[in-house]
Design a protein around this ligand. Structure first.
Ligand SMILES: NS(=O)(=O)c1ccc(S(=O)(=O)c2ccccc2)s1
Ligand SMILES: [Zn+2]
Length: 246
């Protein structure tokens, strides 16, 4: 489409709809190994798009390896996308179904590239784990995050946040889809190996509502609620989505 959100000449843009029956089981895909060190957690901040939890990525203390990846990738940050109501909010869809929210854990290839900024520009520079959130039971691990949100209500506010292990937000079921894609916010670079977990995590209504109390706007500006911060679906073009499961 000619919308500004599709970069000209883009052949591997994200997000996409994952048509379950069109995904191809790849028996050579390895299990994804996740090892995060909670002491690498630094702070939470509202960047005006979402709220992000950032990590110290100066060592290999928090990494993922295996899955579709050639080598290990370092955890940089995680953030969410959500809707104004529970009928939509995720970036990816499964058989055209939206989830109310989606978690993205962003990692970069520190083996091949000297910095995150360099990795962002390379086809195998980033690996993002996507986890769907569905309405259900309260998620105790998420609650620590939710309790901190009032302190980052406005754009460009930040608070210290430590000892958080984001693996508590990742389903134990090993099944995932994977495909070659892009960042879903500017600079939209085509540098992401997407790893989308098949199983969602459950969160309750109050926790989703807490996300919706955040603001896109800075303190003193006319308030605009931070909701619907997801990018429209992009064309699959010449790509195959592989599954780690049959
Ligand atoms: N939604 S997403 O997971 O695709 C995503 C968008 C932006 C990022 S980034 O924080 O890595 C980043 C990268 C480059 C410049 C600024 C931020 S990750
Ligand atoms: Zn994202």
């Amino acid at each position: 489409s000619s919308s500004p959100l599709t970069i000209p000449g883009g052949t591997r843009q994200s997000p996409i709809n994952i048509q379950w029956r069109d995904s191809v089981y790849d028996p050579f895909l390895k299990p994804l190994k996740i090892s995060y060190d909670p002491t690498t957690c630094l702070h939470i901040w509202n960047n005006g798009y979402s709220f992000l939890v950032e990590f110290d990525d100066s060592t290999d203390k928090s990494i993922i390896v295996g899955g579709p990846l050639e080598n290990q990738y370092r955890l940089k940050q995680f953030h969410f996308h959500w809707g104004a109501i529970n009928d939509w909010g995720s970036e990816h869809t499964v058989d055209s179904k939206f989830y109310p929210a989606e978690l993205h854990l962003v990692h970069w290839n520190a083996v091949d590239y000297p910095s995150f900024e360099d990795a962002v520009m390379e086809g195998n520079g980033l690996a993002v784990i996507g986890v769907f959130l569905k309405l259900g039971a309260r998620h105790e691990g998420l609650q620590t995050l939710v309790d901190a949100l009032p302190a980052v209500r406005h754009k460009d506010t930040v608070i210290e946040f430590d000892e958080f292990d984001p693996s508590c937000l990742i389903p134990s079921c090993p099944d995932y889809w994977t495909y070659a894609g892009s960042l879903t916010t500017p600079p939209l670079t085509e540098s992401v190996t997407w790893i989308i977990k098949k199983k969602p995590i459950e969160v309750d209504e109050d926790q989703l509502e807490a996300f919706r109390t955040l603001l896109f706007t800075s303190d003193g500006e006319e308030e605009r609620r931070m909701v619907d911060n997801f990018r429209p679906l992009q064309p699959l073009m010449n790509r195959t989505v592989r599954s780690s499961f049959q």
